[in-house]
Design a protein around this ligand. Structure first.
Ligand SMILES: [Zn+2]
Length: 438
């Protein structure tokens, strides 16, 4: 048993959002009880984790991530001068992904996972690409995730951009990993069937994916750039969402990532199919692809979550950028009310239906995925205003302690499962070798 105490508990449980001077009792991998510090006396034998007046919260959730992008950080790319989103894909991502070896896959996942822990992110839905080492790649990511003790869903992005053999290898990797997850039922790992985006997928490949996927949900970039919409309209007479629907890609476990360039009918179709949309504000701004109409999607009743698209592992950063992008984009300082729903309620819903476990909330019976944040509010923090404290006051670097399934992954900024210095030293060598190959 463990007990987190001496902090303000922000639960994400609408019935009981904030507990002042609260305590959270953990038994095994689940939360047993929440209450005030009187629980210390009730569980005298429990291991005590002192929040020292800070926050006790559920771990943050990232519903769209690319761990393989890790080694792009600081990478000099010869002759790279992108004018469009397609230039960014061709000049950067589709050059980097082809270089990745099994060893690169493993280390990029390991360092991304370490950063996630350090920023208080306990669950990631990842979308992987390594076209020249697709077979077994999801196992390499899984090994890193298991080593760290994180929770992750893994998928391989199938694409025709590197030819039919690599497309087939991608399909097989998704199929293999999803089947393994079904049979082995690994703790903390799940699968989705990754598709790059409809503009790099032929009808034949989409048919093959639909057949291979069985009842797995899809994880697919959807109308991220305007070129995706234009291409599908021009070649197939349908916008991206409608074209993918022809192949049965949309089901309640599917993730439509970005949806920057979709129309009202496509929103309605996604809603009808009970698909989750994931908004990635930093990435959309960085790639200058435009702004997803989050307000319209909410008005249609769509479940919109929040991801980072590999831009960061700090979801507290995502809160801030999503909020500013909505205000700035709508020219309305009162805009942005959807952000807490995206980052918490909707991300929780997406992750729970994905893994089939309850995480993202501190409540009895939920998985013990929790963080301690060294944030001491200098103004009252209440059930009505916790959101503004997170939005304006908290960043990932303030996270001190992280638990997943009741296991301590980081205590007082020290990782428990790996030697951070050693991993980073090895990762730097690995990154250097990738850069040389570029
Ligand atoms: Zn992405």
């Amino acid at each position: 048993m463990k007990i987190l105490y001496n902090g303000t508990v922000i639960t994400q449980d609408p019935a009981n959002p904030v507990i002042d001077r609260g305590a959270v009792v953990i038994d095994g991998d689940k939360i047993k009880e929440l209450g005030t510090e009187e629980l210390l006396a009730k569980y005298p034998g429990a291991q005590r984790l002192d929040a020292r007046g800070g926050l006790i919260m559920p771990g943050m959730l990232n519903t769209h991530m690319h761990m393989y992008s890790a080694f792009a950080r600081g990478m000099a790319i010869p002759n790279y001068n992108p004018r469009t989103f397609t230039d960014i894909l061709r000049g950067l991502w589709w050059r980097l992904d082809k270089l990745l070896t099994p060893q690169d896959n493993y280390y990029s996942a390991l360092v991304s996972g370490i950063e996630a822990i350090k920023n208080g992110t306990t669950t990631m839905l990842d979308h992987h690409a390594s076209p020249n080492s697709a077979a077994g790649s999801l196992d390499e990511l899984a090994e890193a995730i298991n080593q760290l003790g994180l929770r992750a869903s893994l998928s391989y992005e199938v694409s025709d951009r590197d030819g039919p053999a690599i497309a087939r290898a991608g399909i097989e990797e998704n199929r293999r990993f999803a089947r393994w997850c079904q049979q082995a039922k690994p703790e903390r790992l799940a699968a989705s069937f990754g598709l790059h985006a409809s503009f790099t997928l032929s009808d034949a490949t989409l048919e093959a994916c639909a057949e291979a996927a069985g009842d797995t949900g899809f994880h697919v970039h959807t109308a991220e750039g305007s070129s995706d919409r234009e291409y599908n309209l021009q070649e197939f007479g349908l916008p991206a969402v409608k074209r993918l629907d022809k192949f049965g890609i949309w089901n309640p476990r599917s993730l439509a990532i970005h949806c920057v360039h979709i129309d009202e009918e496509e929103m309605e179709l996604l809603h009808e199919r009970d698909v989750s949309v994931v908004h990635n504000p930093e990435s959309n701004m960085g790639n200058a692809v435009g702004r997803a109409d989050v307000a319209a999607m909410f008005n249609k009743g769509l479940r919109v979550g929040l991801g980072s698209d590999g831009y960061t592992t700090d979801m507290f950063e995502g809160l801030k950028v999503a909020n500013l992008l909505l205000k700035h984009g709508e020219g309305n300082p009162a805009a942005g009310s959807q952000v807490p729903a995206m980052a918490f309620a909707n991300n929780i819903d997406i992750v729970c239906r994905h893994f089939g476990v309850l995480t993202g909330r501190l409540a009895p019976g939920w998985q013990a995925d929790a963080i301690i944040v060294q944030y001491k509010p200098y103004s009252p923090l209440t059930a009505d205003n916790w959101w503004y404290h997170l939005l304006m006051g908290v960043s990932g670097g303030m996270v001190r302690t992280v638990l997943v399934d009741g296991n301590i992954l980081m205590e007082e900024r020290e990782l428990t499962a790996v030697d951070e210095e050693e991993v980073y030293a090895q990762a730097r060598l690995q990154a250097e070798s990738v850069w040389k190959r570029l």
